[in-house]
Design a binder for this molecule. Structure first.
Ligand SMILES: NC(=O)c1ccc[n+]([C@@H]2O[C@H](COP(=O)([O-])OP(=O)(O)OC[C@H]3O[C@@H](n4cnc5c(N)ncnc54)[C@H](OP(=O)(O)O)[C@@H]3O)[C@@H](O)[C@H]2O)c1
Length: 324
């Protein structure tokens, strides 16, 4: 099988974690990195033994040896950086949130589809074995029809107004930073919702620091979701159906354990170790090997649906980013 030759755009925290995880992925070669500065490109390349180091993102996308680029820049830059890569014919795995809003998302999707180049949101939690297992159990009818999903992602982060998650100038928001994970899980398990209600705690910088969202589906099922960047939450996902329940143990988005219950009585527990971001990289490799331009697991139409939901939530909380 052909090895996918990856480049990484940006050298921040998540770029480091992704590069570390690449060592566990199949059929990948991390061959290039692009940074705004030569010094950071070199330091990153030395740390991960990456042969091609580029002192600009433009030079990275011109690297003819690169097949796929992982976009690991700030929320406000995902659109321009993704389009830069797509226009150079590179497959793209773009960090979440995919963009700031639906308008930007549409531009990215349109470019990928016009150019027939692979594009996927890096919603890595969908690819870890525990979440894959939970979905398989649901599809196999193990818990009957879903009646209720509860999921959350909250941490106690910095109060610094300039911190990435608090600063509206770089797309700060609890919802865009971590609320997107439970929202994506609800979309993964239940599809499009019919009704939505929510509330948020807006911080001094004008963006949400915590929020609670309830979605209702045509079947009547409910998803009760919450997120925070100023408070720790329970970190579990609990899926309750007409015939049983599934717990994706905390922290559910990188869980290593799934338990099935029948009316609260434990039936079976699965141990599901994972290799963090390697699973999403492997999935991109599988898609490229199969000649796909979109992922069947994290399709662009679902990315757009998630972004529309987040736009509606932000609008209802009165949050607008500069330039919107
Ligand atoms: N999947 C996950 O688990 C996960 C976790 C955390 C974050 N994320 C997402 O990943 C993205 C990056 O987050 P992060 O925590 O890695 O952020 P970070 O540490 O601040 O890194 C962001 C990178 O963006 C590049 N950049 C370009 N222009 C910049 C500017 N004007 N100011 C600052 N940086 C600039 C920089 O790379 P160069 O200096 O090399 O150019 C920088 O290192 C965000 O969209 C975030 O939502 C995902």
């Amino acid at each position: 099988m052909k090895r996918i030759r990856w480049g990484i755009l940006g050298t921040g925290k998540i770029a480091h974690k992704f590069a570390t995880a690449m060592a566990q992925a199949k059929n990948v070669e991390l061959i290039a990195v692009g940074s705004r500065q030569e010094s950071t490109a070199k330091a990153f390349a030395d740390e991960f033994k990456i042969p091609h180091r580029h002192a600009s993102y433009e030079a990275l996308v011109r690297d003819t040896d690169v097949d796929a680029i992982y976009v690991a820049s700030l929320n406000t830059q995902h659109k321009d950086h993704t389009i830069l890569c797509l226009n150079a014919g590179k497959a793209v795995l773009c960090e979440k949130p995919f963009a700031l809003n639906t308008r930007e998302t549409e531009a990215m999707i349109q470019t990928a589809r016009e150019k027939k180049v692979f594009l996927m949101e890096a919603m890595w939690s969908r690819f870890i074995p525990a979440v894959v297992k939970a979905k398989e159990l649901v599809l196999a009818g193990k818990i009957g029809e879903i009646r209720m999903l509860a999921a959350d992602f909250g941490f106690r982060g910095s109060d610094d107004p300039k911190n990435r998650v608090n600063d509206p100038a770089v797309g700060g928001s609890s919802m865009l930073d971590v609320g997107i994970y439970p929202l994506s899980l609800a979309q993964f398990l239940l599809g499009d919702h019919a009704l939505m209600t929510s509330t948020a705690d807006i911080g001094p910088t004008g963006v949400d620091r915590a929020n609670a969202v309830v979605l209702q589906y045509n079947s009547g099922a409910l998803a009760v979701l919450s997120s925070a960047v100023n408070a720790v939450t329970i970190h579990e996902a609990f899926i309750s159906g007409t015939k049983g329940e599934i717990r994706i143990h905390a922290p559910w988005w990188r869980s290593e354990r799934v338990t099935v219950y029948d009316n609260g009585k434990e039936i079976e527990t699965f141990s599901m170790p994972h290799n963090t971001y390697a699973h999403e990289a492997d999935h991109v490799g599988d898609c490229l090997a199969a000649g796909l331009t979109e992922s069947p697991v994290m399709p662009l139409d679902e990315t757009r649906a998630l972004m529309k939901t987040m736009d509606a939530l932000r609008a209802s909380w009165g949050i607008r980013y500069p330039g919107e």
